[in-house]
Design a protein. Structure first.
Length: 404
C-alpha cells in the first residue's frame, strides 16, 4: 500500500521532480516502460519514479489497496495537467497502465487484481497486445488464433501480427477463439499470459520509416492456465471492446502531441520550425502567408483537440466517444508532419546522406511513421463508422447492394 497521494500536487512536483527533467515530457508511448529487463534513462528519472511510486502516483487514480494513489478523476486529470505544463515526464508509461490495468480493475477477479496490478504500477512487468492477425485486422471478430481446453487451462495455437514491442514485453493480453459455432463475436475469450511460456516465437517487423515497434508473434501449443482468462469464457468481445476504448483514447492523445519521436524532435513545434526556416516578414508575421495560414490552423486544431480530450475525460470511462480522439488525433498528427515537410521544401525529401541534416532526415521518417497512426488501434475508416452509428445514431446500410 502506498504512503498516500500528496495533498498538494503542484508542491509535490516542485519538491521532488528533478529540474534536469523539466522540458523532457513524455507521452503514453514514450518514456520509462518498466519491465523485467528495463533500465532508467537517467538516475534523476529513477529518483522521480521511486518517489512517485511511494505515493501511488505511477497510477494516481487506481485504488490505494493495490498501490495506486486513490485520486478521484478530477484530481487525476490535474496531476497530468501539471506534469504537461512543466513538461515533466510521466514517472512510468506503458500498456499496463493505460490498457490492461483498467481492464483488470473492471473485469478481473480479486486474485487477478492482486496478481497483476502491483507489478504494473511498480514497473516490474511490461505488457504487449495480441489482437490483430494476418487475416483479421479491421474485422477483428474473424480472428482464428485457437485456444483448446486442456485440463485446468488452455492450449493456444495461431499467430498475431503488429504486436507492438512484443520482443521487449514480459506478458501479453490476447484475444483467442474458444468456440467456432454460432456468432463469431460470441466465441472469443480474453486471456493474459507470460511471454516466457514455452511455444512463443517473436519476430520483429521492419518498417520503411526506420526503427519499428512491431512484431509478428507465433503460438505453438502454448499453455495458459484457467486463471489467465479475464472475464468469462466466450465473452471476451465485451472485454476487448472496453479495452479498445482505452487504447483509442491513449493513441489519440499521444499522437495529438506528436507521437513517439526521436530525441532530435523532442521539442519540435511546427510554428518554431516555420519561423526558423522561412523567417519573418517586416510586420513580424511568418513570411509565407500560405504556410502561416496552415500553421495557425494546425495550432487551432491542437487546442480544440486538447479541450475535446478534457471533455471526454470528464465523462468518465471511455466509450464510443474515444473514437473522436483517435480519429482527430491521428489525422492531426499526419497533417502536422506533412506540414513540416512543406516547410522544408526540397529539404523535406531528405532520407539519408550528407546532403540532408539530421533533423530533415528525422522529419521525413516521422512523416512516414505518422501514416501508420491511421491504421493502428483501429483504422480511421472504422472510427468513422463507430462515430456514425454509435455516436450520431445513423443507420447501418448493411452489405453493398442491399437496401438499408
Amino acid at each position: 500500500m502506498s504512503q498516500g497521494p500528496p495533498a498538494d500536487l503542484e508542491g509535490f512536483i516542485e519538491q521532488y521532480a528533478p529540474r534536469s527533467l523539466y522540458g523532457t515530457a513524455t507521452s503514453p508511448f514514450q518514456g520509462h516502460w518498466g519491465g523485467r529487463h528495463s533500465t532508467f534513462q537517467s538516475p534523476e528519472h529513477q529518483a522521480w519514479f521511486e518517489v512517485a511510486l511511494a505515493h501511488g502516483m505511477t497510477a494516481p487514480t487506481w485504488p490505494r489497496a493495490y498501490g495506486g494513489g486513490g485520486l478521484d478523476a478530477e484530481r487525476g486529470r490535474r496531476w497530468f495537467e501539471l506534469l504537461a505544463e512543466r513538461r515533466v515526464p510521466l514517472p512510468l508509461v506503458g500498456f499496463g497502465l493505460t490498457m490492461i490495468g483498467p481492464i483488470v480493475l473492471e473485469y478481473g477477479t480479486e486474485a487477478q487484481k492482486v496478481q497483476h496490478l502491483g507489478g504494473i504500477l511498480r514497473g516490474e512487468i511490461r505488457w504487449c497486445q495480441g489482437y490483430s492477425e494476418p487475416e483479421s485486422g479491421s474485422d477483428l471478430a474473424s480472428l482464428s488464433c485457437k485456444a483448446t481446453p486442456d485440463g485446468d487451462g488452455w492450449r493456444l495455437d495461431g499467430q498475431k501480427i503488429w504486436t507492438s514491442k512484443a520482443d521487449e514485453a514480459d506478458w501479453i493480453f490476447c484475444l483467442v477463439r474458444t468456440r467456432t459455432e454460432g456468432r463469431k463475436h460470441a466465441g472469443i475469450t480474453f486471456v493474459v499470459f507470460d511471454m516466457a511460456t514455452p511455444g512463443i516465437t517473436v519476430r520483429p517487423i521492419p518498417l520503411i520509416s526506420g526503427s519499428s515497434p512491431f512484431c509478428e508473434t507465433f503460438f505453438e501449443d502454448v499453455y495458459v492456465p484457467s486463471e489467465g482468462v479475464i472475464g468469462d469464457v466466450n465473452n471476451g468481445w465485451r472485454v476487448a471492446m472496453s479495452l479498445l476504448g482505452h487504447e483509442r483514447d491513449m493513441v489519440g492523445e499521444a499522437v495529438a502531441s506528436g507521437g513517439s519521436r526521436p530525441p532530435i524532435l523532442t521539442d519540435y513545434r511546427v510554428a518554431d520550425h516555420a519561423v526558423r526556416v522561412l523567417g519573418r516578414a517586416d510586420d513580424g508575421t511568418l513570411s509565407d502567408p500560405l504556410i502561416r495560414d496552415q500553421v495557425a490552423r494546425a495550432e487551432m486544431d491542437e487546442a480544440a483537440l486538447r479541450w475535446t480530450i478534457r471533455r471526454v475525460r470528464e465523462a468518465g470511462t471511455p466509450g464510443p466517444e474515444s473514437s473522436i480522439i483517435k480519429l482527430a488525433g491521428t489525422e492531426l498528427n499526419m497533417r502536422r508532419w506533412e506540414l513540416a515537410l512543406k516547410i522544408e521544401g526540397l529539404g523535406g525529401l531528405g532520407w539519408e546522406g550528407s546532403a540532408f541534416s539530421a533533423e530533415q532526415q528525422a522529419l521525413a521518417k516521422q512523416y512516414l511513421r505518422s501514416r501508420g497512426n491511421s491504421i493502428e488501434g483501429g483504422t480511421s475508416e472504422i472510427q468513422r463508422n463507430i462515430l456514425a452509428t454509435r455516436v450520431l445514431g445513423l443507420p447501418r446500410t448493411g452489405k453493398p447492394g442491399k437496401k438499408p
